[in-house]
Design a protein around this ligand. Structure first.
Ligand code: ATP
Ligand code: FE
Length: 368
């Protein structure tokens, strides 16, 4: 079995061909990060235009690298939800043309399901397992009970951690550091934090009183904004110039982000064990999404896993961020499970918003 996966939900045009053993035959990706860094964020019509300009070439490169022709594919799998409407539309209409032309089945993919299942391509992981997905657009804790069977235990009530880190990095003008100029905000913060002392700032973790597994990052962003204004005053500099205490602040923000993520994840593990949703020993905690490539944050979550006798797993960084491999692999998982394989594409639509499974976050209260 061979599946071509196509991803255009946000700002990466990506494709890959994967076989049923998880072998990647070929892949290609075009990242728009550089363009969006210049505009200070993603402008949807610009993202759409860039997807249109690149999708044909990216899919072609993927097929050539795989040394196969489209007729050899078992199916085409494409992200159709959730994401930016204009971006999703490009991948979907390209894929529909392809499946019509080559008479192949189509497998619609949920982007977050793909992030959650990626670990099964790289490691032997059985259901159920707990996954924390942390990126620029998402923050959720979910119990994965099957290929398309998810219980959402907690999610961000406002923005995602990557979004917060990107905003803080922009406000700190971290792109002015030559070594950070091409990095995403989160990556720049991790880089700078290595030279900083987190103890220089006393920032409280968000939502200390809410004994559930939800997250919040916008309050933290505003607290950091205030600190930056205060520091600019003290140092006598204008907004847009680099603070001498930027590295210390980056370290403090990264630390509080890690603590907040770790505390909520700890509660989710205890809750799942209490309700027998996860085994008492050797349960698996998976962390993925762009923010999971942060080594400091990974470290904090690994401590939580060790303290609760869980096995801690992360996909390699290149599979944590958006890519075509995870979409193709999700297609393989769905083919094997016989789930959601369409032979008739009539009426298929993209969905900018779509929850991942059943949300039980309101039932999750302090465990143990
Ligand atoms: P989605 O939420 O739909 O998956 P996304 O565009 O956020 O989309 P990702 O590529 O998974 O997709 O994540 C990008 C985010 O990850 C950005 O916000 C970026 O700042 C953050 N990020 C990347 N590297 C790091 C790092 N080393 N430390 C912290 N954050 C990071
Ligand atoms: Fe993503």
């Amino acid at each position: 079995k061979l599946v071509l996966g196509i991803e255009t939900s946000c700002d990466d045009t990506a494709a890959a061909v994967v076989d049923e053993n998880g072998r990647v035959l070929g892949e290609a990706i075009h990242s728009q990060t550089e363009v969006h860094l210049k505009t200070g964020g993603i402008v949807p019509p610009v993202a759409q235009q860039l997807h249109r300009e690149n999708i044909q070439r990216i899919v072609q490169e993927t097929l050539s690298a795989s040394r196969i022709s489209p007729s050899e594919l078992s199916a085409v799998a494409t992200t159709i939800k959730p994401g930016l409407a204009l971006s999703l539309g490009v991948g979907l209409s390209f894929s529909l043309q392809l499946v019509e032309q080559f008479k192949k089945p189509f497998i619609p993919i949920h982007h977050m399901e793909a992030h959650a299942l990626t670990i099964r391509l790289t490691n032997k992981v059985e259901f159920p397992f707990l996954v924390l997905l942390i990126s620029g657009g998402h923050c959720l804790l979910s119990l994965v009970r099957g290929v398309s069977d998810f219980l959402v235990l907690g999610k961000s009530l406002d923005i995602a951690p990557g979004d917060m880190l990107d905003k803080v990095a922009r406000r700190l003008s971290l792109a002015k550091y030559p070594e950070c100029s091409m990095m995403s905000g989160g990556k720049a913060i991790e880089h700078l934090a290595k030279q900083g002392n987190r103890l220089c700032f006393d920032i409280k973790p968000p939502m200390q009183r809410a004994k559930n597994c939800d997250f919040s990052f916008s309050g933290l962003q505003h607290v950091v904004d205030k600190i930056i204004k205060q520091k600019e005053k003290e140092e006598g500099i204008e907004q847009g110039q680099v603070l001498s205490s930027a590295a210390d602040l980056a370290a403090a923000v990264q630390h509080i982000t890690a603590i907040h993520l770790a505390k909520r994840t700890h509660r989710a593990i205890l809750f799942c064990k209490q309700r027998d949703l996860l085994p008492q020993t050797n349960a698996v905690l998976v962390v993925s999404g762009g923010v999971a490539s942060n080594m400091y944050i990974r470290g904090a979550l690994e401590i939580v896993a060790n303290a609760t006798q869980c096995t801690f797993l992360c996909p390699p960084p290149r599979l944590c961020t958006d890519n075509g491999v995870m979409i193709a692999w999700n297609g393989i998982e769905r083919l094997r499970a016989g789930l959601g394989i369409l032979h008739d594409i009539e009426g298929i639509r993209y969905e900018p918003k779509c929850p991942l499974g059943v949300d039980i976050s309101n039932d999750v209260k302090e465990a143990a």
